[in-house]
Design a protein. Structure first.
Length: 231
């Protein structure tokens, strides 16, 4: 989808959303105002802005399709067809982001547009996703909104189908303790009842398998109300 097509699609979704979910319409209108004066060529060149917009359009289409169903039972039936990670995103975190105040919203919009946003450990997260999805009974989802607003690099689940929000950082990060406390505060502010703050040492040849094992184990076993820093 090209930049102008995204603008047109946002406008269309805003019109569709008002009678179905006004909170979605309001949020999409905020995003549209943010990009409307950016020329299509310039917008296309902003890699992460475009990636965010494409995700947002896709998520909004899914959310509208679900919300347009005539009964709660039918909506719940659609959620049950999703993977646990998808279900947690669409039935809880995404609508929460639509309806509640995002205190980081004005900050990350500026960073995204200015080209100052560089997803931490992007290559690692892609590898992590691949390795997790190769395991049995797993699901995995990543969203820019979760990363930018909720301090969550990814959402994973394993056999118990309990989604777990994960933040990944390097073991050598001298600010990791401060980052951990801010991460925990962000999760609590969004009503995320458990999470894993996962540090890794890229010099360890087996670190990726370790990350996968730790993530999946804690998805099944970490109690509610726990925000675990590992190691």
């Amino acid at each position: 989808m090209q930049a102008q097509e995204i603008k047109d699609q946002l406008n269309s979704l805003i019109s569709e959303a008002y009678p179905v979910d006004p909170s979605l319409a309001i949020r999409l209108n905020e995003i549209y105002r943010w990009i409307k004066d950016v020329k299509p060529g310039a917008l296309t060149n902003k890699k992460f802005v475009m990636a965010f917009l494409l995700q947002l359009v896709s998520d909004s289409e899914v959310w509208l399709a679900v919300k347009s169903l005539p009964s709660d039972a039918e909506q719940q039936a659609v959620f049950e067809l999703m993977t646990p990670a998808e279900r947690y995103w669409y039935s809880y975190l995404f609508p929460k982001w639509l309806s509640e105040t995002d205190h980081k919203f004005h900050i990350w919009k500026k960073k995204l547009m200015a080209g100052e946003f560089y997803p931490a450990d992007d290559r690692l997260l892609r590898s992590l996703a691949t390795h997790i999805q190769q395991r049995e009974d797993t699901s995995f989802i990543q969203r820019y909104i979760a990363d930018l607003s909720m301090a969550t690099d990814s959402i994973v689940s394993h056999r118990q189908q309990q989604p777990l929000c994960i933040q990944v950082t390097t073991l050598s990060d001298e600010f990791s303790v401060e980052k951990y406390h801010k991460w925990q505060q962000s999760l609590q502010a969004w009503g995320i009842d458990r999470g894993l703050f996962l540090s890794y040492d890229g010099r360890d040849a087996n670190f990726l398998n370790q990350l996968v094992n730790i993530a999946l184990y804690n998805s099944d076993n970490l109690p509610a109300g726990r925000y675990l820093k590992f190691p």
